[in-house]
Design a protein around this ligand. Structure first.
Ligand code: ATP
Length: 321
């Protein structure tokens, strides 16, 4: 573990009875790094974060946060981290200011120091002017800002964000990401979970979780270099609905997604885009459809993750049979 490592987990495991929610994972997040944890519902992201934040004792494994052992010195370690939970956990009947004051007190801040930090958080989270409103009356985006503001009061070295932008509009999401970058630039190590694939691309590094395990890890650029067995292509014609009707039954088509004015296709492994386009041209001629575009396209992170999960499922099937 380097001196720059702010969040480190080794062989981290969590079992609930016979069910293993997190299975022997290793993570290391550096100072100034935005690390994304991805995975479908139930993959184990929240359970991982709860262990890393000292809210759930691991069944096995080691956790160090900001150079403190979370398992042996949880109080000390918790003082160095901020955690923005997936669901709103502040007090709805208290005002924005009262919520922040209460939270400042929990972090041992009082008097001028507390007022200064609350002022800083309000300003950075664009909450100035909302101090007197009951937290429960705030729209969802503002509730998330308030949770975020509370998590930053004590200048944490590590920040955990569990789906911080879920339910937030596009502008609000962009603002959150600007703030995340600012905090990382100031030296914080940030671990964020998200369902949004575009946000995955904003992270410095990513880990994909599935069934409690990290099944793939890397920078967005390195993941996009991963060779994919399923060729990708884009099709555009003067009658996309008719093409969809014809192509959905073709054995070489693994996935067909209509997108604004175009069709995005994943072909089965072994297919060749040029051959496929030639077959589409024959079909189009026969059906009187004008194909304006048929060409290979570069993969996106979602394509990489879909492939990884298909490979994991195939490997599992092989072990079962
Ligand atoms: P989501 O995006 O829906 O929050 P997640 O990836 O964060 O999903 P977790 O909430 O960590 O997933 O849950 C992982 C698995 O552990 C799920 O199958 C969940 O039902 C199970 N689980 C979580 N907490 C408990 C618990 N206290 N007791 C039993 N099972 C649990």
């Amino acid at each position: 573990m380097s001196a720059q490592t702010v969040i480190a987990a080794e062989q981290l495991t969590c079992r609930f009875g016979h069910f293993t929610a997190v299975d022997d994972i290793h993570l290391a997040v550096q100072r100034g790094e935005v690390f994304g944890l991805l995975g479908a519902n139930g993959a184990g992201k929240t359970t991982t974060i709860r262990m890393l934040c000292g809210l759930l004792p691991p069944t096995a494994g080691r956790i160090r946060v900001a150079e403190v052992d979370m398992v042996n010195q949880p109080r000390r370690a918790r003082g160095r981290i901020g955690y923005v939970t997936q669901h709103f956990t502040l007090y709805p009947d208290l005002t924005v200011w009262e919520n922040l004051q209460l939270q400042a007190g929990l972090y041992g801040l009082s008097g001028t120091a507390a007022r200064q930090r609350i002022g800083w958080s309000l300003e950075h989270l664009h909450l100035a002017g909302k101090e007197g409103l009951p937290a429960g009356d705030l729209p969802l985006g503002y509730k998330r800002r308030l949770s975020f503001a509370g998590a930053l009061l004590h200048r944490p070295q590590a920040l955990f964000l569990d789906e911080p932008t879920s339910g937030v509009d596009a502008l609000g999401r962009a603002e959150f990401w600007e703030l995340i970058y600012d905090l990382a630039e100031a030296g914080m190590g940030i671990l964020v979970t998200t369902h949004y694939m575009d946000e995955a691309g904003f992270c410095d590094r990513l880990a994909l979780m599935h069934a409690g395990r990290v099944v793939e890890e890397g920078t967005p650029a390195s993941l996009l270099q991963r060779p994919l067995p399923t060729p990708l292509l884009q099709l555009r014609s003067d009658d996309n609905p008719a093409l969809v009707r014809h192509l959905s039954g073709w054995p070489s088509v693994q996935e067909l997604i209509p997108q604004a004015g175009t069709l995005r296709l994943r072909l089965r492994p072994g297919s060749v885009v040029a051959d496929f386009c030639a077959e589409v041209a024959v079909l189009a001629e026969r059906e009187g459809i004008v194909v304006q575009d048929c060409q290979p396209i570069a993969p996106e992170l979602e394509d990489v993750f879909v492939t990884v999960l298909e490979e994991v499922a195939a490997a599992k099937e092989e072990t079962v049979t």
